[in-house]
Design a protein around this ligand. Structure first.
Ligand code: BMA
Length: 379
């Protein structure tokens, strides 16, 4: 415990003199700083649409150059591309959903070069080696990887691999690709080893602060904007912020929430999302941070008007940077159900998705490419 306190004090003091309107990382690369400022402005133009694993596969296809279910349905790529590093920590060649990291790096580069935005989450396996991977809630797991813990060295090795991957993401001029990094997501849930029921607020904050400190200061990773992400059922601002690692290590606040019930008979999703977005946007304003609805979707989108009748209503007038829907896996053998969240050509909700796409307020890749988010703008 002594070690932790000493270390935290050091970081706290080092971070004290942070400038107000700048990414949390004082040494963020030029492109990362530009992205941060441009995203601050972009909320006045609209909400970016994002999709997990968009370029890697979709319903009925895998690894086809240039292909995207979103593009085939709407005519443009998503503005935000989500990817996940789960498995990288184990030296696996593929991530937890089967995407080779080599291909992922290439897709990230493609999306970035076209002007899109990259976000990365990390379903890291339990460091205790639990069979359920990230989905394990054994108490003490987080404590075991903090400074002074039994698995601290292992955790640093994991971060070395994460750092190496993040530093390998480069644009054509050799510049590092900025990433909205969203580790330890859904932290207020009760399903991952870093969730609320598996560690104390102090342990969580220390996990976050150590992780960011290590990537930034020890590994010199300066192409990240840090995204804090809760589950979707937070009741109050205090609850949302109970485990918040502090302003000097967060750039964006966000939450995840999915549609489960039929939206025609159950309005929970619209009401709840709108309520939590209200809290989120207030917090973002108070703290001068960005905000996002970082994961959502209605599995297999069985309701034809879900995009404009449900999702759009849920977002309402809230000014957030993006909304991202989860991956288009296709048919899931594990529960014999279709598992996808974006429409593909011919899917039930395609026509409504096109209406959603055509709105001025929704931003897809061409819209954001025109804004040149990685360049400096003086206006
Ligand atoms: C879940 C499902 C899983 C997947 C996990 C991480 O929502 O899509 O199949 O492994 O996300 O991507």
């Amino acid at each position: 415990m002594k070690k932790i306190t000493g270390w935290i004090t050091g970081i706290w003091l080092a971070a004290g003199a942070m400038a107000q309107d700048h990414p949390a990382d004082p040494q963020a690369t030029k492109e990362t700083v530009n992205l941060y400022h441009n995203l601050k402005k972009l909320v006045n133009s609209g909400v970016m649409f994002g999709h997990q694993d968009d370029l890697a596969y979709g319903v009925g296809w895998k690894y086809v150059a240039g292909k995207s279910d979103v593009k085939e349905a709407a005519g443009d790529y998503p503005a935000v591309y989500g990817w996940d590093l789960g498995g990288l920590e184990l030296d696996n060649p593929n991530n937890l959903d089967g995407i080779p990291f080599k291909k992922m790096r290439q897709y990230i580069k493609e999306g970035y070069e076209r002007g899109g935005v990259i976000t990365i989450s990390w379903h890291a396996r339990s460091p205790l080696g639990a069979a359920k991977g990230a989905w394990d809630t054994t108490h003490g797991t987080v404590a075991s990887i903090l400074p002074g813990g039994d698995h601290h060295l292992l955790y640093k090795e994991w971060l070395d691999k994460v750092a190496a991957f993040l530093l390998s993401l480069k644009g054509s001029k050799g510049e590092l690709i900025p990433v909205l990094f969203r580790p330890y997501h859904e932290l207020t849930g009760n399903w991952f080893w870093w969730c609320r029921n598996a560690c104390t607020p102090f342990e969580f904050k220390t996990l976050w602060r150590f992780t960011i400190y290590y990537l930034q200061q020890e590994k010199k990773v300066h192409n990240l904007l840090y995204v804090y992400n809760t589950a979707g059922d937070v009741k109050t601002k205090e609850e949302f912020l109970e485990r918040y690692p502090d302003d000097d290590m967060v750039d964006m606040v966000s939450f995840d929430a999915y549609q489960y019930e039929d939206p025609r008979t159950n309005d929970w999703f619209v009401k709840n999302t709108s309520r939590v977005l209200g809290l989120l946007v207030e917090i973002a304003q108070e703290k001068n941070k960005l905000s996002a609805f970082a994961e959502t979707g209605y599995e297999a989108i069985p309701y034809a008007n879900w995009w404009t009748e449900t999702l759009l209503k849920a977002i309402g007038d809230h000014k957030i940077s993006y909304v991202l829907v989860w991956r288009n896996h296709g048919f899931a053998e594990w529960n014999k159900k279709w598992h996808y969240y974006a429409p593909y050509k011919g899917q039930t909700s395609e026509a409504d998705f096109i209406r959603f796409y055509q709105l001025d307020r929704t931003l897809f890749e061409k819209d954001v490419a025109a804004k040149k988010l990685y360049e400096t703008h003086t206006d």
